[in-house]
Ligand binder design. Structure first.
Ligand SMILES: Cc1ncc(COP(=O)(O)O)c(C=O)c1O
Length: 387
């Protein structure tokens, strides 16, 4: 199978050292050495999440298993769940929430614009039966970054547990789990955590545990009470209920060490710089960005509409076939209308975006758009300096 450069919104191209763990000899998923490795990985994740209070688990499976676990664990008939959606992954929350609860309220906003913290506050003020607010931090389907800190403050004022999909932001975008009053955070290894897919890290705050205890939601594997039980009862030899992907856990520990060595503020800033450069470069080439406001844009994914002379699907196809660069397309109602570029971890660098931009210029020229070679790079020069 041909190898492509992965500039999709995850998974991403990985460092060879990370990939090497995937073919390393297997180790046991229990016993003292394993517990040391597992515990260090959890401790490093807590640092990336900026939490001292939360319990953190590593659940084998995709990010969606973590989403389902969060919902199953807090679902019950005595309270309502408020789900915010402004994209494909927000809609996934709605689908999952409706499977586990008959008392779901949905607050929908326009795709391409951020969720509104004031609207969340008005809804919580009106309906005191709402005990959890569920949202996506970085909505990869549109490139919108939702105002997590502000919504966290609202939830704190009204005593609601805030459940957040951080699949595309943890490790690339600022998150202060405790300070922002987050209740449950769900992520996945294949994006800014710079690993292959297969583990869903989950963080659970003391306030979220109270709701989980009261809810007595269904499920065994997907119920966080099971994970808490094994962490407590089997903590000294097998702190999780199931057999773990040990190579992937080793890879994650390696990546987390690197992430923290780089420094969290430096890392967030690097992602933000690259996102701004890419946004400016695409505008320079005549593309309309899907998220019009820089302040509402993710720093790990950028989405833009097709060009007047070049539909999004044709651009995606040309980049794949002629340049072996994979970028993403639109999902559901945005199918065929937008393209999406991921810039996460090692792909949030000038080395990664320059070839993509030069290839896009070539494709534009091939359909008769007058673009000077390197035109898009003018957006890069003043900010980046020598790398
Ligand atoms: C924001 C967001 N949430 C959830 C998911 C689902 O993750 P997974 O495919 O690992 O279940 C994705 C995957 O792309 C995502 O981007």
């Amino acid at each position: 199978m041909r190898r492509y450069r992965l500039r999709i919104p995850g998974p991403i191209d990985l460092e060879p050292e990370v990939l090497a763990y995937m073919s390393a000899p297997l180790i046991a998923h229990y016993g003292q050495e394993w517990v040391e490795l597992y515990t260090e990985t959890i401790t490093l994740l807590k640092r990336v999440w900026q939490t001292h209070e939360a319990d953190v688990f590593l659940m084998p499976g995709p990010g969606s298993v973590g989403m389902e676990a969060a919902i199953a664990s807090i679902s019950g008939d005595t309270h309502k769940l408020l789900v915010l959606t402004n994209g494909f992954f927000g809609d996934r929350w709605v689908t999952v929430a409706r499977i586990y609860s008959s008392r779901v309220i949905v607050l929908e906003s326009t795709w391409g614009r951020a969720c509104d913290a004031d609207a969340v506050e008005q809804t919580l003020k009106r309906d005191r039966d709402i005990k959890a607010v569920i949202m996506v931090h970085g909505e990869t389907s549109t490139g919108v970054l939702n105002p997590l800190k502000e919504i966290g403050e609202v939830c704190d004022r009204y005593g609601a547990v805030l459940v957040v999909d951080m699949v595309a932001t943890l490790g690339g975008t600022e998150i202060a789990f405790d300070a922002w009053h987050i209740g449950i955070g769900v992520s996945a290894t294949q994006k800014c955590l710079e690993c292959p897919p297969g583990l869903a890290p989950i963080a659970v705050s003391p306030r979220a545990w109270e709701l989980i205890e009261r809810s007595k939601g269904p499920g065994w594997y997907i119920n966080l009470r099971t994970w808490q039980h094994f962490a407590r009862e089997w903590g000294d030899w097998h702190p999780h209920p199931v057999t773990m992907p040990t190579g992937l856990t080793q890879a994650l520990r390696f990546s987390l060490r690197n992430i923290l060595d780089e420094g969290l503020p430096q890392r967030w800033a690097r992602h933000t710089t690259i996102a701004l450069l890419l946004r400016n470069a695409l505008k320079n080439l005549g593309f309309e960005l899907f998220v019009p406001d820089d302040r509402e844009a993710m720093n790990t994914v950028t989405a833009a509409k097709g060009h007047a002379r070049l539909p999004a699907a044709a651009l995606i196809r040309a980049l794949k076939e002629k340049y072996h660069i994979l970028i993403g397309g639109g999902l559901e109602k945005l199918s065929g209308q937008i393209f999406r570029i991921g810039h996460m971890g090692p792909t949030a660098t000038r080395d990664a975006i320059v070839p993509t931009l030069l290839a896009i210029e070539d494709v534009l020229r091939s359909v008769g758009v007058a673009v000077e070679p390197g035109q898009s790079l003018r957006a890069l020069a003043p900010v980046m300096g020598p790398e």
